[in-house]
Design a protein. Sequence first.
Length: 457
Amino acid sequence: MDKKQYNKIIIRSQDIAEKWKKIPAPQRGEFIRQFGEQLRLQKELLAKTITKEARKIKTESFGEVQEAIDMCDFAVGLSRQLYGLTMPSERPNHRLQELWHPLGVVGCITAFNFPMAVFAWNFCLSAVCGNSIIWKPSPHSNECAKGIKKAWDEISGEFSDLIQIIEGGNEEAVLICEDKRISLVSATGSTQMGKELAPIVSARLGKLLLELGGNNAAIVCPSADLDLTIKGIAFSACGTTGQRCTSLRRLFVHKDIYDDCVERLEKCFEELVIGCPSKDSSQIGPLISEDSFNSMQKTLESLRAKNVSVIGGERLDIEDSDEYYVKPALVLVKEIEDEMLSETFAPILYVKSYEKIEDAIRMQNDVSQGLSSSIFTNDMRESELFLSESGSDCGIANVNIGTSGAEIGGAFGGEKDTGGGRESGSDAWKNYMRRVTATVNYGEDLPLAQGVEFDES
């Protein structure tokens, strides 16, 4: 995109933000309510677009559109709850409070694997908070972005420009990050992407919201319900062909149930239905690209060269397709291998035994990412330890469910190399506003804080 065209988009976004912020927040919420209704009407069409472009299976595609709808519902309620605190002042006849105001223009950079939902997290919240948004989707999902924009245009009237789309790749992402007119850059993608973009935004002292990669782990304890556990592991490790930031990468199984758990996992992985994602029967579709396939094979070849046991991982010929369908790989390790310490964005699950719960938690935490984690146990002491300050160091910690499939009501994001950002629910809306601390003196005197005296006489 040339600079002139880009500049026009920014100016349109600035202009509409000025008008939009003057509308009362509950009225902004009404626009989002109507947007949600439009998404409901177009749910099937939007889901088909996700399956066609991002290659997600049908049930996951429908679930993603539902997630966008849920965000609309959440944001409508939020539009009447943008609360600021009132604090007691130490000075008589003074009121001390917080005010929250819109930022202006928000930049949103999203990945291919959730081509609609992650944008909805950002747009629904930033819109009710009074901002416009400039969206750079993944080059793999431009049609998904157009589908969302069309749904917004159906109900937005004069505020159609509240969503501006910039297609492109790294160059366009850098433009957004460099631009001082964009108050907040929300970026979802790999850790490497975050590390490249963050210094650009930080150089201009801009605001950043990063939701990056995860090298997620689960712990299986002796008391776990293995039927439930295997189901949770299978979806977390293989859902979306292992291409979620919350996908399960590492599994630590207590030594007393290790053999049973591995045997069940092998059988479960073998029975998974791999096929065209538009078929109702398919549980796993293809990898998004040849690069993803090559990255997966490079990792598995490195492990095999060290005589590590690898089960699965090969490419499959599905209906003479030239896409990259693969069998999920189980990697049985006796020690922590170097490959386990970084994220391969593909269905590879490392399995290792442990003896003490403290050791399992330590191994889980001993990676640079900190997004999602889970424990399967029916022992209250183990689950409470896992959730305590001495337990999981991730932004998401689950008990008796897998690492994938978060609800929109909770804040989503993680620590360390995952970026520290929080999107979606809870009080994530505060990212999209600026805080003002206001003090009002309604008395006739001018007492100073901390008892300071300044007598001009």
